[in-house]
Design a protein around this ligand. Structure first.
Ligand code: BGC
Length: 445
């Protein structure tokens, strides 16, 4: 397989996120984010790790962008920390925060890298969480202000935008399961958070379209094939419910199909009721130029009447003895191929960008070398699957590796390393892993 087979205009990129990489959490006027506060709570993050310094990208961005360039990528995807731009979430703009992103954008352009900007990658300002966060009626107003400021400040140079990163990720983990910031648990948080995220992704798109000339606008979804454990009807129905949650809940309203209601699923009935009460259903739609697809695992599920709201549970990859990453996530490139096809089959998706793809494996740095052969194999298999989908007509236009360097992996702390570049978090020394060298030769060959 060669990069050329994907076509000369295929976009090869690498992605990072503000909260996972920047550090400098209280520097130059930045306000706290929900992750800064969440990490202070006992037992929330493995090893008691904090995102306060992370990879110190805030101070080292120039060197890190040189690494992106050296590895042969054309696109650099990064997110904007809302509380660096608006420390209180609304109101006053922090000029130094804006200046930082201007420096990053200008440096990208200087190096010939295309900046792909994610507006929201999970780091809500803590000041807004105090007012209810994603579950608040005011969320849309707050988010619109943030998007407006970013469009006006950066839209002259940034043309490629991703409104939200994985709305299912942050609403379920943050407002239902409580594993991620802000650690809320319950339908009273989850349902409004989902609806607000659906509205925010569309409204964010509209604001960008209005304020940024020639913008190329997308939003990114987490996607995982949901497979039934057996062909018993109950398991098949369980897989259909999981499919709604994992794959359909956010894209279908944006395509104008409303919330999926073709499966017997009381949780969704509740969401729809909730939504009716709030009206504005027409505002859930936006004509995105592309969607971002992010597939980290395939999931097998079975019916389980004991699990509230969903009546299903996962049959883990480990118990089924299929290959897994060190996250315990099933490795299944064929499933990734089917996911790409599935999204393309909606018919009204114009273009797909795989806006993240990658894996955590326990790396070892020995004599200056990280021989992460598993990760190389993982990329090879997944790229091959993507090539097959592309050759069969799926309009997939880009692939962004997750992630440039080892970083703050949310509630897993610093131990779950996904990077192409190894980071020593004590010294901030970067070491290109063999997977990084593999990418370089793949892209420059
Ligand atoms: C998120 C990343 C995260 C990665 C690996 C994605 O869902 O967008 O921020 O690091 O998964 O867990």
């Amino acid at each position: 397989m060669q990069a050329k087979q994907f076509g000369n205009d295929f976009l090869w990129g690498v992605a990072i996120a503000a909260a996972q990489n920047e550090g400098a959490y209280n520097v130059d006027g930045r306000g706290l984010s929900i992750w800064d506060s969440f990490a202070r709570r006992q037992g929330k993050i493995k090893g008691g790790d904090k995102p306060f310094t992370a990879c110190d990208f805030y101070h080292r961005y120039k060197d890190d962008l040189l690494l992106v360039k050296a590895l042969g990528f054309k696109v650099f995807r990064f997110s904007i920390s809302w509380s660096r731009i608006l420390p209180e979430g609304i109101g006053r703009v922090n000029k130094e925060g804006v200046a930082f992103y201007n420096r990053v954008i200008d440096e990208c352009l200087l190096l010939g890298l295309i900046p792909y900007v994610t507006l929201y990658h999970w780091d809500l300002p803590q000041a807004l969480e105090k007012e209810g966060g994603w579950a608040s009626h005011q969320l849309l107003k707050w988010f619109s202000r943030f998007v407006t400021v970013c469009s006006e400040e950066f839209g002259d140079r940034v043309k490629d935008w991703i409104v939200l990163n994985e709305p299912m990720g942050f609403t379920s983990l943050g407002y239902m399961i409580g594993k991620h910031a802000p650690g809320k648990i319950g339908l009273e948080y989850f349902l409004p958070a989902v609806h607000n995220a659906v509205m925010a992704q569309a409204e964010g798109g509209r604001i960008l379209r209005h304020l940024v000339p020639k913008a190329h606008i997308g939003t990114s979804f987490s996607c995982s094939e949901a497979m039934p454990f057996s062909n018993k009807e109950l398991d098949i129905q369980a897989a259909k419910r999981a499919d709604i949650l994992l794959n359909r809940l956010f894209i279908e309203p944006s395509l104008g199909r409303g919330y999926p209601n073709d499966v017997d699923f009381p949780l969704i009935d509740k969401l729809i009721l909730h939504n009716k009460a709030w009206k504005y259903t027409d505002k859930m739609t936006f004509n995105f130029d592309f969607i971002g697809v992010q597939n980290y695992f395939a999931l097998t599920v079975k019916h389980n009447p004991l699990i509230p709201y969903v009546q299903l549970s996962e049959v883990t990859a480990k118990t089924r003895k299929v290959p897994v990453t060190d996250m315990g996530w099933e490795i299944n490139a064929d499933s990734f191929y089917r996911i790409l096809k599935k999204y393309w089959l909606y018919g009204s998706v114009k273009e797909i960008i795989v806006s993240e793809g990658g894996a955590f494996f326990k790396d070892e740095l020995k004599n200056g070398v990280v021989n992460d052969a598993h990760r190389i194999q993982y990329f090879q298999d997944y790229l091959q699957a993507m090539l097959k989908a592309k050759q069969e007509g799926v309009n997939v236009k880009g692939y962004f590796a997750w992630t440039l360097m080892d970083n703050f992996e949310w509630s897993e702390g610093y131990k779950a390393r996904f990077g192409l570049v190894h980071v020593d978090f004590k010294t901030q020394l970067r070491t290109i892993k063999n997977s990084g060298y593999w990418w370089r030769s793949f892209l420059t060959r």
